[in-house]
Design a protein around this ligand. Structure first.
Ligand code: NAI
Length: 308
């Protein structure tokens, strides 16, 4: 199998590195516009193969889309990240042009690829890819919920003093500080509702920390985070390439599901070899439904900037 990652910056390179280490694909192509950067990072990764014991091949190219031909999955991370104090929505002006041209270049050489969009504002960039390419909806997936849910599980595990792998938590809605919805009612530790193990105040703090999880790191790092974002993108690709049928919240094109249409926004989906294969209908209560509708309104508003 073959996976291309466009954008060899912090997130793209980390994603390629995790995929190589985990042998998610036989061949991983890393592409960037900056001369030599992809080649250098790919070679650096290949020099870890004998240390880490993997045999995936990583190839770096400078804007040479011919080398990406026949990719099964393409991850788009190209574009600018936010700096401290910025929202993801403020990136739209620069990133929309980049994401649209990258998607077109990629599909010219890999017409059957499944596209994973990481570039921000992610829900709007995913929607832009849907509108610009008209690909079947199942082959367009925005990565945000995988990261936000992993952050939710991280904060939950810290509050519970538990192993993060024994905690479940799902974040739906838009991939923004104020639009994401950590579903505290569905969070569990070894099958026990987290609400029975933590007081309301603590659980609400876990949700609030999750929502600003990215901003907290941007404040510490001076730029946007990459280890968890890169690993989350690799996790999505792995579930697709290995047909794992994992339930992962992803931004997908809705046609009435969760009460919304003509929008890409985070909902729980099953990921397999054909892309997102099914939307799973969590039975939301009235409060959660209202939060989702509000989140969708905000995403629609950002999408409307595309038309200006
Ligand atoms: P970065 O600046 O480290 O890397 C971006 C790379 O894209 C650079 O190497 C740049 O040369 C390249 N690039 C720019 N235009 C290009 C083009 N036309 N073709 C190919 N490559 C091009 O940024 P970072 O931190 O890797 O973030 C990438 C994007 O991912 C940002 O938009 C960021 O906001 C977003 N992001 C999304 C997350 C999510 O959960 N969806 C999480 C973290 C970041």
């Amino acid at each position: 199998s073959k996976v291309t990652v466009v954008g060899a910056g912090n997130v793209g390179a980390t994603c390629a590195n995790v995929m190589a280490f985990k042998e998610v694909a036989d061949e991983i192509v890393l592409l960037d516009i900056k001369q030599g950067v992809s080649e250098g990072k790919a070679l650096d990764m290949m020099q870890t193969a004998a240390l880490l014991g993997f045999d995936s091949k990583v190839i770096g190219v400078t804007n040479d889309y011919a080398k990406t031909a026949g990719s099964d999955v393409v991850v788009i991370t190209s574009g600018i990240p936010r700096k401290p104090g910025m929202t993801r929505e403020e990136l739209i002006g620069v990133n929309a042009g980049i994401v649209k041209s990258v998607a077109e270049n990629v599909l010219a050489h890999s017409p059957n690829a499944i596209i994973i969009c990481v570039s921000n504002p992610m829900d709007t960039m995913t929607y832009l890819i849907k509108k610009a390419t008209n690909l079947p909806k199942n082959r367009i997936i925005g990565m945000g919920g995988a990261l936000d849910s992993s952050r939710f599980k991280c904060y939950l595990s810290m509050a519970l003093d538990a192993n993060p792998n024994e905690v479940e938590g799902v974040v739906i809605g838009g991939h923004g500080d104020t639009t994401m919805i950590p579903l505290t009612r569905f969070a569990t530790y070894k099958g026990i509702p987290a609400s029975q193990l933590l007081d309301t105040e603590t659980l609400n703090k876990v949700a609030a920390d999750t929502m600003v999880g990215g901003a907290t790191l941007t404040g510490l790092l001076g730029t946007s985070a990459w280890y968890a974002p890169g690993a989350a993108a690799a996790y999505v690709v792995e579930s697709i390439i290995h047909d794992q049928k994992k339930l992962v919240p992803c931004s997908v094109y809705l046609e009435g599901e969760y009460g919304e249409s003509d929008i890409c926004i985070g909902v729980p989906v099953i990921l397999g070899r054909t892309g997102w294969e099914k939307i799973v209908d969590f039975k939301l209560n009235e409060e959660e439904k209202a939060a989702f509708a509000k989140s969708a309104t905000a995403v629609h508003k950002t999408n409307s900037v595309l038309k200006e």
